[in-house]
Design a binder for this molecule. Structure first.
Ligand SMILES: Nc1ncnc2c1ncn2[C@@H]1O[C@H](COP(=O)(O)OP(=O)(O)O)[C@@H](O)[C@H]1O
Ligand SMILES: [Mg+2]
Length: 242
């Protein structure tokens, strides 16, 4: 099933309209298995739209988005089963604890995990043991995201789609999050994150696609064993003025 050379996510000349206007125009890019790809762009560039198309939530006017070879608009249930989605604001239930939220959402997905699997997922994302039985209403955004990623790990999806995952995190939270994403990639996950944060994208991505005015205008690739150069990407943005 897991073909290491396979393209997990493919946008093929994607054209999408929302509210009667074109918001993506001929967008093409692909994300290989185990790759971390950051789609970088300013507000309104079409980043969230792209993720929603991959999840089969939005119709396409032309072209197609494929997840593990399946066309998202034609097979929305299949693609949602193999891709976990972290929306920009993670909304788990504030009156439930972290463990209760996991239990609830996993049951909804038809999964009954062992308690040990839940603990090990929470260990892996670095959520302190002392807060696991606390109601999530008191959690910071970083803590909520850790629980949401633990949920994705327990669903054991191959693909993670992350919408602005570091916005609202403090610098330590951002570093922890990037470490977590790199670890997941090393463990075989494929990650597409969308962000307006040039620095963060360079820290974590194997490749960056620059989305501007509905189109992909440039791509950058990390050198083997290194990271993408922040200055270069900034310059491509026009001094980072997104
Ligand atoms: N629900 C919606 N209805 C109509 N237009 C929308 C809707 N959501 C977003 N748009 C438009 O689609 C374009 C892309 O939005 P979006 O994908 O949210 O951008 P980004 O995530 O890069 O900030 C914007 O012009 C935005 O106004
Ligand atoms: Mg967005």
């Amino acid at each position: 099933m897991s073909d290491p050379g396979a393209q997990r996510l493919e946008a093929d000349n994607l054209c999408v309209n929302r509210g009667g206007k074109s918001v993506l125009e001929d967008l093409s890019f692909s994300v290989a298995s185990r790759e971390v790809y950051a789609l970088l762009g300013g507000n309104g560039a079409g980043k969230s739209t792209t993720l929603l198309v991959f999840l089969g939530f939005l119709p396409v006017a032309r072209g197609e988005a494929r997840v593990s070879g399946k066309t998202a608009s034609a097979h929305p249930n299949e693609v949602r089963r193999c891709a976990a989605y972290l929306p920009e604001s993670v909304s788990l239930y504030p009156h439930l604890t972290a463990r209760e939220n996991l239990d609830y959402f996993l049951k909804l997905a038809g999964i009954a995990p062992q308690a040990t699997a839940v603990e090990s997922a929470l260990d892996r994302v670095g959520l302190q043991s002392s807060v696991r039985d606390m109601r999530m209403g008191s959690f910071s955004k970083g803590m909520r995201q850790k629980v949401a990623i633990a949920l994705a790990l327990l669903r054991d999806t191959e693909i993670l789609l992350l919408d602005e995952p570091t916005s609202g995190l403090d610098p330590r939270g951002i570093d922890e999050f990037h470490g977590l994403i790199r670890g997941l990639s090393d463990a075989g996950k494929t990650v597409l994150m969308v962000t307006h944060d040039v620095y963060g994208a360079c820290q974590v991505a194997d490749r960056i696609g620059l989305l501007r005015d509905r189109k992909l205008v440039a791509e950058f690739e990390a050198p083997s064993g290194g990271r993408i150069d922040t200055e270069t990407v900034h310059r491509a943005f026009g001094g980072g003025s997104l």
